[in-house]
Design a protein around this ligand. Structure first.
Ligand code: GLC
Length: 430
């Protein structure tokens, strides 16, 4: 797990036929709505096929008025990826400080981004983009020095699995997930094929695994580990977003505000979009999205608590990133160029307290403590007496910082600070 816990930051990529209509209501973050409201107004654009089949929903009328109710699969043919430049994207991700990339290889619509066994022509090699997008992303990511994982929707497949429309969380288990033996064998062949072709560093399954196939998982993981000894698997193999403790997994996952109780116990990863959707949503603008400072704070917060951030990009159908998303990653790149030592390869610092007002987070690495601070003027940094040497204070951006020991810890005086945290490094006294 060390490589994963050192990596701290990864890029998720949701790209599919749903990136053509690219439409959802930007209502807010997962985990802050009741289930029935969530599905009828789902802000996840990658759920378009489902939401647009719920009569009375805004997506239903959008699909009728803007797309004339056309069949979902026609979006696959309109998806051309004509400006897709994987090397450019991978270099942006690497500059932003990400150390791994996890694209969707099959989302809930069942369309595979490689020539997957049993899919016939319903994949991006034979239709739409007409290329193996998994291979393109894997090769470009690795050439840029990034590790490469695969997202696979094992639980929901609206084509090869079950087509029932989901209006409530409970319905996912009742009739949304495909559990039959035939589908279990189909999904198993897919993941085995992904391993054989691309040796992914992470298997990132979603919405559980078909019940009839749960017995295959130990064998699948053994097959995986024989090929990729450092390979790791997430926790969504038995249950929508979670696992029974007796099913092996290497790290837990939370998503926006959902499932946050797993954070802090062993290795974990929080995922979210830059806005409220994973797939590209044309109805979103900057007001629905993280700012650069918001993204940096989210990363710092997660890392200070021992987690990883899997921040999602949703390319447009032509393969380019919408400017709002690109700007956030460029801003993170600028910040990381100065401050990445406070993120990569760090662990939480015991004995010091974080706060939101003043905004303060801590990490540690080797014999250094890092205080990530977004507050102007004199700031009190509470910590155990004797934890760090106030006299060693150094601002990573090279600006002056005055620091002195006070009763509750250390006080630092900073100049004018904006929303973006600055980092002060201290020597730990051990
Ligand atoms: C969810 C959603 C999905 C998204 C994913 C990311 O389970 O159904 O659209 O791909 O989580 O974590």
């Amino acid at each position: 797990m060390t490589w994963f816990q050192d990596a701290k930051f990864g890029i998720f990529m949701h790209w599919g036929a749903y990136s053509v209509p690219a439409w959802a209501e930007p209502i807010g973050e997962l985990g802050t709505f009741d289930s029935e409201f969530w599905f009828a107004h789902c802000p996840y654009a990658e759920w378009y096929w489902n939401t647009s089949q719920i009569p009375g929903s805004a997506a239903f009328s959008h699909h009728q008025t803007v797309h004339g109710g056309r069949p979902y699969d026609s979006f696959l043919d309109s998806w051309r990826a004509e400006n897709f430049d994987p090397a450019d994207l991978a270099s942006l991700f690497a500059r932003a400080g990400a150390r791994y990339v996890v694209p969707t290889t099959k989302h809930h619509d069942g369309i595979t981004l490689w020539d997957a066994p049993g899919t016939g022509t319903r994949n991006t090699v034979h239709r739409g983009p007409r290329r193996d997008l998994v291979a393109s992303i894997a090769d470009a990511s690795r050439a840029a020095g990034l590790r490469f994982g695969v997202y696979y929707s094992g639980g929901i497949d609206w084509f090869a699995g079950r087509r029932a429309v989901i209006r409530h969380e409970d319905q996912i288990d009742d009739h949304g997930r495909a559990n039959e033996a035939a589908y279990a064998a189909y999904a198993l062949r897919h993941v085995q094929d992904l391993i054989t072709r691309y040796s992914p560093d992470i298997l990132w399954n979603d919405i559980g695994w078909p019940d009839q196939g749960l017995v295959d998982l130990p064998g699948l993981f053994a097959f995986y580990r024989a090929d990729v000894p450092h390979g790791i698997v997430n926790d969504r193999w038995d249950g929508t977003h979670a696992c029974r403790p007796d099913v092996a997994y290497d790290f837990r996952t939370s998503e926006y505000q959902a499932n946050r109780s797993v954070e802090g116990s062993g290795p974990w990863e929080n995922c979210r979009g830059i806005g409220f959707s994973f797939g590209y949503n044309q109805a979103e603008d900057a007001s629905h999205s993280l700012s650069v400072a918001g993204a940096v704070r989210q990363l710092a917060d997660v890392v200070s608590r021992g987690g990883n951030l899997l921040l999602n990009v949703g390319p447009r159908a032509d393969g380019t990133l919408p400017p709002t998303q690109r700007d956030v990653l460029e801003g993170m790149a600028e910040w990381m160029a100065v401050n990445s030592v406070a993120i990569h390869d760090t662990r939480p610092l015991d004995g010091a307290s974080s706060s939101d007002s003043p905004w303060l987070r801590w990490t540690r690495s080797g014999n250094h403590a890092y205080a990530l601070i977004a507050e102007t003027g004199e700031v009190r940094l509470p910590h155990l007496a004797g934890l760090l040497d106030a006299g060693s204070a150094l601002r990573l951006d090279g600006r002056p910082v005055a620091a002195r020991a006070v009763a509750e810890g250390t006080a630092v005086t900073l100049g004018e600070i904006g929303d973006l945290p600055i980092v002060v490094r201290f020597d730990l006294v051990s």
